[in-house]
Design a protein around this ligand. Sequence first.
Ligand code: MN
Length: 730
Amino acid sequence: MDINELDQSIFDKVEKIKSHHSPEDARMIEKAFRYALQKHGDQRRRSGEPYIVHPVETAVILDDLGLDVESIVAGLLHDCIEDTPATSQEIEKEFGASVAALVEGVTKLGKIVYSSKEEEQMEDLRKMFIAMAKDIRVIIIKLADRLHNARTFQYLPPQKQREKALETMEIYAPLAHRLGMQNVKWELEDLSLKYLDPVGYAEITKYLDERHVAYSKFLENVQATIVQRMEQAGIKCRIKARLKHVYSLYRKMYGQNLTFSEIYDICAVRVIVQELADCYNVLGIIHDIYRPVPGRFKDYISTPKPNGYQSLHTVVIGHEGIPFEVQIRTEDMDQSAEYGIAAHWKYKDGLTGKQKEEAFAWVRQLLESQQDSDAEDFIKNIKVDLFADEVFVFTPKGNVINLPQGANPIDFAYAIHSAVGNRMVGAKVNGRIVPIDYVLKSGEIVDIITSKTTNGPKRDWLKMVKTSEARNKIKQWFKKECRPENIERGKADLERELRTALLYDDFQQEEVSAAVLKRLNFPAMDDLYAAIGYGGVTVSRVVIKVKEEVTRLNRERQGSAKAPVQKPKAIGDTGVIVEGLDNCLVKFAKCCTPIPGDSIVGFITRGYGISVHRRDCPNVISGMKKEGESGRWIHTEWDYSEKHHYQTGLRIYTQTRVGILADVITVFSNAKINVNEMNARDDPATGQTVLYITASVTGRDQLEFLMGRIRRCAGVVDVRRNINETEETR
Ligand code: MN
């Protein structure tokens, strides 16, 4: 774009903005203008105007709202990232991180796609808008951007006009209202209405145009009368008179079905005073001059509107019989009403931190603010964290789904319908396949991939989901769809836990199990198993109940003095008692070859029964630390009433000499101990021979006797129990 081709008015507007700021800030504004001018180059608006007109007009709106220099600079640059070769990095380098963050925020909001939504969807869309903005200034810049675009809607093709107008009416105008920016709201509404209902809009504007002269004359008279009476009463005030904006009349006519003659407040007069007390004095004087319409007085000073709006409203009948509305408020209230949240920036110098907090108490309700008394920080730190714990995502059709922070596609699928969740096999976010535990972010479009042949949800989804809705629906499915599997799984889970807790035998007693069922409210054992299986009741809860019932029953039995304590029996001819089991395969671990007298522990192997280890076996010490296996270790002990033979290993260190092996073997045969296996290995490092011998003994007593004898053999250096650390017998 040749700068000489640009209309002088553009430069004038930039100069005017600059004149409101310090020389330093003005230099920054000039720099941003030149930067945007260069980046947008030959781009033009649909109106045919050079593109730079749009960012400059946006900046003018922001300056009128009184926003800070960062917002104005960001307003000038707001379309650079999206539409020009400029990058966020470059903007950060040239204009600082804050400006870059604002421009990026505005760009991001521009990517949210709106289509016509159900009314209940709109509130979520607005919340998403706020949630994504992060900084309140981003929303205000976006509103200024939209306001200028709305002022130039006439250049869009008709279809686009209606789309953009609807979006403006449903998203942007309510946001402006939420932020208390009445003037922006009214202008957005009127500009949108023109395209949404051209007939209604034309009807109202025609009516107003026809009476424009009459109404203007009427309002002039009213104004003069009020001014005169205020002077007599010694009350300083400012008076504004206007016709109500088109959309508010439209709502009354089409929403409340009123005719023009039934609308009392087409004309409105505002009396702005210095002191709060004056508001009520003025009200008295107004009601003295004009006859009030009964039931139309509203005190929004003592009871402010939810967005913080404060004013007295009354409707009176003018001397010509024309009704009109009178609004009475202080300067502060007026600034807040006109500029809303933007008044923070505009009038920040006039307010102390304390006053500001009082004047904008509603902002704190709406937006989280740092409790910082410094005015500048107070403003900068108004962050949009209101919906920080929520995410707002779209269905492919554009409906908004509101989920808690951290939610994933499973939550999303169940939020749509349980049938979608139950058939889900995967998910796409913004068109790309993601893991099903992907953490969703606001603004993303989520597409659930389903399959008719899938077997329903996975059990581990229960641990992934963030919403109780999804969790309940998944549980529901397991409850309904696979009772036999649930019973089987629940039974296995419970039995395993009971064994670990050494309560399995107790639970087999009719007395205990019946009491537990009753306490947990299950009609039959299968119902309890099924509930455990689908996750309706946790195993640990059942185990606690079993424990309580066992304790209770034991106490009762002790009280009744006869205690038929069942003595646990050793399994088969192993001589080992496994707590809670009276029939299972028991093997002795080859690594540590335990014998009666050794402290032992059992390990439930996968498919081969129980492997019994010495407690001091290195495999036990490391194995018990293994995650997810702690439940496999089971209490075992020797049954000393039985006598069996057990193979165990010895390691004998000897000096290397001829005949020593025969001497050692003789000790075994003299003690009538059978040798099952024997190996010898020379150790060149020590010059010794190591004998590995497996023998069958009845227990530790016999073995220790034997070891004593071996030690006395000539040439034997040491005898130890053999432990094979590397051999994993499990
Ligand atoms: Mn723009």
